[in-house]
Design a protein around this ligand. Structure first.
Ligand code: ZN
Length: 255
């Protein structure tokens, strides 16, 4: 899976962690001992593990009896990527979202709202593949380092700069996960339709709206080259995600 990691994610990770490491080393050398730095890293790991491990008992654990469609699909895609076994949970909320973690035993949480509103198997495979992509590419682990670096510079100008770098890095991780989603569902149109649906979901779009949005993503230009909204969000602009997916589909000769 790792060979499909988006080059932009690699660059963002390098810049983010490179700067973090350099600055940490600088501060460690100047102000603290090395032990404190290592302690900080340990603390970050523990905090992230706790923050990242929501109380899983509030969700429904999925097995092949209570929701076979979800169970079978996740394990089919997991095996396709030769990933280790993982636990699947359904979060009984209408919110359209899903999340994944690779701390301890890998787990995936799918919100009922997302599962119910995306009914088509190919579309669902894109969503599941995207989430498994986050696990397979070790995205949670990288967050530990990010968290530590972020904590180290809190309140300083460097901290603010770091926030921007982290957000940028976070968006690039989405581009990599999208690639895994696309390879898992094998259908570019379906992948773009999911992106359009996620973008439009607050407005209850029908299939015609979604197709129209996909058309716009494929043929239309984003109406801005620079968006403050995007700069401040953890997920990239849908146009960027679509553009990157189309380029990737061409690169691997899917289209
Ligand atoms: Zn994601």
């Amino acid at each position: 899976m790792k060979k499909f990691r988006h080059p932009k994610e690699k660059t963002a990770a390098l810049v983010t962690f490179g700067l973090g490491l350099l600055a940490s080393l600088f501060f460690v050398t100047v102000t603290f001992g090395c032990g404190l730095f290592l302690l900080g890293l340990g603390f970050a790991w523990i905090s992230i593990t706790m923050l990242n491990n929501p109380r899983l008992d509030q969700y429904h654990r999925i097995n092949h009896n209570n929701l076979p469609e979800l169970y079978e699909m996740v394990h089919q895609i997991r095996k396709q990527w030769r990933m280790a076994d993982l636990d699947i949970y359904l979060n009984p909320t209408r919110q359209i979202n899903a999340s994944a973690s690779d701390f301890g035993k890998d787990f995936l949480i799918v919100n009922q709202g997302l599962w119910m509103s995306i009914q088509n198997d190919v579309h669902r495979k894109f969503v599941i593949g995207h989430e498994l992509g986050h696990i397979g590419l070790g995205h949670s682990w990288l967050r530990v380092l990010a968290y530590q670096a972020d904590n180290a510079f809190q309140g300083s100008l460097l901290g603010i700069l770091f926030q921007f770098l982290l957000l940028n890095y976070s968006r690039k991780k989405e581009l990599s996960a999208d690639r895994i989603g696309l390879l898992s569902c094998g259908d570019l149109t379906a992948a773009l339709e999911v992106l359009a649906f996620l973008e439009l979901s607050p407005h209850n779009p029908n299939m015609a709206d979604i197709r129209q949005a996909v058309k716009q993503m494929v043929y239309g230009k984003a109406d801005h080259d620079f968006s403050l909204g995007e700069l401040l969000s953890t997920h990239p602009d849908m146009h960027e995600r679509a553009k990157e997916l189309i380029a990737f589909a061409r690169q691997i000769k899917m289209i």
